[in-house]
Ligand binder design. Structure first.
Ligand code: 13P
Ligand code: SF4
Length: 376
């Protein structure tokens, strides 16, 4: 659905051997040459040396708003593929294109291999098949499809076509309330944990949340009765990073550090989320630490680079990484100084490499679902 063009003037391999000091200096020079034609957006999970070059940083919701609101010629997205697709859709929506007399904002992902394993757990044909199968059992007019923003543009378009909506980890509860004003049920994909954790807080019980496994054959491994009783049908997807946090990690910290507070991302499994003190998006995690009284003690369950940055930026707090093993997002990590420098120097030379372009039909329907979310 996204098309990409790579007609590079330079060989990426020549950048891999350069020292960080040289890469930093060349990135700064390229940014200066490009001026306000360029906007670099960075997700909080990016490594420090990359995020240092971002003009704006944020969680997924903040980044989609930034892409929607900040006019510029080119967005270089230091994040993952679904984020760049979203930026392409919202920054090139029809009224923005009209205002720019048809000139598109070019969106670039410095390394095209920066995907998201969770987003890959729901493919459009699987979701369409599930919808078809569900229609044999329940009235699909009574289901609102909700996709986590961590999904391909085609799934957002599916939601747009079927009266559905996109959510992020910052607004999932608000989005589910919106959905329940319109229908009795929700089909939530691809992250079962965000769907479950959010629904539990709204009083929906686990027996009202069957899990749809696209590989389990008939009715996604569920039963007719379970689907008839359902309020939220959860897709069997998860984040490979956040699934590493376990309840025993919480128990260990509570035993070893009196007064510690456990702060996690809602992509963590229910067993962890239920016993944490606080749970929220990366933006929420940052605000919580920033606003906490000096000397507070925290164990944080989210991606390693963000927790390490919080440790550095808040020496006045005692911050621990919740897991004894290092949980890092390998795909976010693919964006590094060599790729950023290569991308920017190509731009200065007049070539946009690794562009992300969602086709017009997919964009139009995905935009419907994104705008429903952005309007909340
Ligand atoms: P947020 O930054 O929206 O909390 O999302 C976390 C994440 O996993 C992004 O992929
Ligand atoms: Fe995807 Fe998890 Fe990485 Fe976020 S942290 S981009 S959900 S794999």
């Amino acid at each position: 659905m996204s098309t990409t063009v790579s007609l590079s003037n330079f060989n990426i391999n020549d950048y891999r051997t350069l020292l960080p000091e040289e890469l930093n200096a060349r990135i700064v020079a390229a940014k200066r040459a490009l001026g306000d034609r360029l906007l670099i957006l960075g997700h909080h999970y990016q490594q420090d040396e990359v995020i240092a070059h971002a003009d704006l940083r944020g969680d997924s919701l903040e980044l989609s708003r930034m892409a929607a609101e900040r006019p510029c010629e080119t967005i270089v997205f230091c994040g993952v593929h679904f984020m760049a697709e979203t930026a392409d859709i919202v920054s090139n929506r029809p009224e923005r294109l009209r205002a720019r007399e048809g000139r598109r904002t070019t969106v670039i992902l410095p390394d095209l291999a920066a995907g998201c394993s969770m987003a890959d757990m729901a493919a459009i044909d699987q979701v369409e098949n599930a919808w078809e199968d569900l229609s044999q059992v329940i009235d699909t007019r009574d289901i609102t499809p909700v996709t986590y923003i961590n999904s391909a543009a085609s799934l957002k378009a599916f939601c747009g076509r079927h009266g559905g909506i996109v959510c992020t980890s910052s607004n999932a509860a608000k989005v589910l309330e919106w959905a329940f004003e319109r229908s009795k049920r929700v089909l939530f994909f691809p992250d079962q944990h965000l769907g479950r954790n959010t629904s539990l807080k709204m009083g929906i019980t686990n027996d009202q949340m069957p899990v749809w496994d696209p590989y389990a054959g008939e009715l996604g491994g569920s039963t007719r009765e379970a689907l008839e009783q359902s309020r939220v049908i959860l897709w069997k997807g998860h984040c490979s990073v956040h699934q590493m946090f376990r309840p025993e990690h919480v128990a260990n910290f509570r035993k070893q550090v009196p007064g510690i507070q456990i702060l996690v991302h809602p992509e963590c499994p229910q067993e962890v989320n239920d016993i944490a003190d606080l749970s929220g998006s990366t933006g929420y995690i940052i605000r919580t630490i920033r606003e906490a009284p000096v000397g507070s003690k925290w164990a944080i369950g989210t991606e390693l680079h963000l927790v390490n940055r919080l440790k550095k930026e808040h020496p006045e707090q005692e911050i621990h990484f919740l897991s004894p093993v290092l949980c890092m997002c390998a795909t976010m990590y693919r964006i590094d100084l060599p790729h950023l420098c290569w991308t920017l120097e190509n731009l200065v030379a007049g070539t946009a490499v690794n562009t992300i372009r969602v086709d017009d039909d997919t964009s139009a329907f995905a935009l419907l679902a994104l705008e429903r979310m952005l309007a909340l």
